[in-house]
Design a protein around this ligand. Structure first.
Ligand code: HEC
Length: 185
């Protein structure tokens, strides 16, 4: 008797769980949250993230892949330290003058001029003043000082850390050094 009850139960469970299956239509999805992503909106605020952020921030103390830290702070002393000891990681065969010129023309030429003599379009139109020549002996720029300047900016010049990645910054630095050399000829 007990056996019959058990068998009937099993048959019923099988029937219930398979009777709705139809290959021509999508089936029931158990626990859909395991398959379907939750549609968070970009600027939405959700309880699942701390402080009502719309996404998680990277863990503290981590850096994104492909990035490296810049060991110099944003101050005059650190500028001087970079000027004296920071060297370009590019070897002479890594230097891509064409790329350097391209980036320089896009980001720097408007103020510093195509030759780096401080005669960019904005200077000629008197929109900005005080652009030095790269050959200005009083400044005696070096690879390290140029990189620091591009990274943090300097007085009226803004930072270009967001527009250029590390590799591109060093390419621009190499190009500025080339312009400096040409100006001093
Ligand atoms: C909006 C105009 C402007 C642009 C664009 C600009 N600069 Fe400058 N730059 C300046 C000014 C102004 C100074 C002088 C800052 C100062 O007071 O020492 C300067 C100074 C410099 C110096 C000399 C810093 C020193 O050590 O004395 C370098 C090198 C330099 N810029 C490189 C660049 C490079 C490379 C770019 C492009 C990525 C660039 N600049 C883009 C305005 C600009």
């Amino acid at each position: 008797m007990k056996g019959i009850v058990k068998i009937t139960l099993v048959v019923m469970i099988v029937l219930v769980s398979t009777s709705c299956k139809k290959d021509s239509r999508p089936n029931y999805q158990f626990m859909p949250n395991m398959y379907e992503p939750v549609g968070y909106e970009t600027y939405g605020q959700y309880d699942v993230f701390p402080d009502e952020q719309s996404a998680l921030l990277p863990a503290e103390g981590t850096i994104a892949r492909g990035y490296s830290l810049f060991d110099y702070g944003n101050s005059n002393e650190e500028y001087m330290r970079a000027k004296l000891e920071l060297k370009s990681p590019l070897s002479s065969s890594d230097i891509d003058t064409k790329r350097g010129k391209e980036l320089y023309t896009i980001y720097c030429g408007i103020c510093h001029g195509t030759k780096g003599a401080g005669q960019g379009y904005l200077v000629k139109r008197e929109k900005i003043l005080g652009i030095p020549s790269y050959a200005d002996a009083a400044r005696a720029i070096t690879e390290g000082s140029i990189y620091h300047t591009v990274y943090y900016g300097k007085n009226a010049m803004g930072s270009y850390a967001n527009q250029l990645d590390e590799q591109e910054r060093w390419q621009v630095v190499a190009y500025v050094m080339k312009l400096k050399g040409d100006l001093e000829k």
